[in-house]
Design a protein around this ligand. Structure first.
Ligand SMILES: [Fe+2]
Length: 213
């Protein structure tokens, strides 16, 4: 007489039979279909060398944008002091805008037939933005750090935008100017105004009188 266990495994076998084609094939490995740094040419009427040069520049901007995006999240979490609520929200808004830029830049790289960087270790190796301490910084130091990162990004983006325009890669030039440069310049304005040392409650009347104002 068949045991209970035998009966159960017979039932399982019945349940599995006929499902071979719909079972997921797990633990697969294969060679890369495109090595990093190589161009899989697409019909976009741009020379392969132009695509490669633009992709290399864009990957630098991508690594720095991902780093700046993450710096905003760090500050969003770690901000302290009486402007906590305002800066907590502002840092997150800028984080989200940088995150949109990340996708725009990465997809531009893919549109050029190249491969965009993606993973944290590769970003850390590539970015030129100085690594912040793990600990918490005061608000003025947080804002200064962000402004310096923005300026590094803006400087490289402007140079690369000019290079793209000269090479005839108008799409890359447009991403760098319309998206990267414009967004970063606007964010710099919103941040930098927080470092202007003006009275919060009482206007400085003594200074106004002595300057004849
Ligand atoms: Fe949050």
């Amino acid at each position: 007489m068949a045991s209970k266990t035998d009966k159960r495994s017979a039932t399982y076998n019945q349940l599995e039979s006929g499902t071979e084609r719909s079972r997921p094939i797990l633990h697969q490995n294969a060679r890369e279909i495109q090595p990093y740094g190589k161009i899989a040419k697409l019909p976009i009427a741009l020379d392969e060398k132009v695509c490669a040069a633009s992709a290399e520049n864009l990957n630098q901007v991508l690594a720095d944008t991902i780093t700046l995006r993450d710096l905003y999240k760090k500050h969003h979490w770690q901000v302290a002091g009486h402007t906590f609520y305002q800066l907590h929200l502002l840092f997150d808004k800028h984080h989200n805008e940088q995150d949109e830029l990340v996708d725009t830049i990465a997809e531009r790289i893919q549109s050029l037939g190249a491969i965009s960087l993606a993973m944290a270790a590769d970003i850390a190796e590539t970015s030129i933005i100085p690594r912040p301490p793990r600990g918490r910084e005061e608000v003025p130091a947080q804002i200064s750090r962000l402004l310096e990162a923005h300026e590094l990004l803006l400087k490289e983006a402007r140079t690369m935008a000019r290079q793209a325009a000269e090479a005839g890669d108008d799409g890359t030039n447009d991403v760098l100017v319309s998206d990267v440069i414009r967004t970063n310049e606007l964010q710099v304005w919103f941040l930098a105004e927080h470092l202007v040392d003006v009275p919060v409650v009482r206007a400085d009347e003594a200074k106004a009188a002595s300057s004849g104002g």
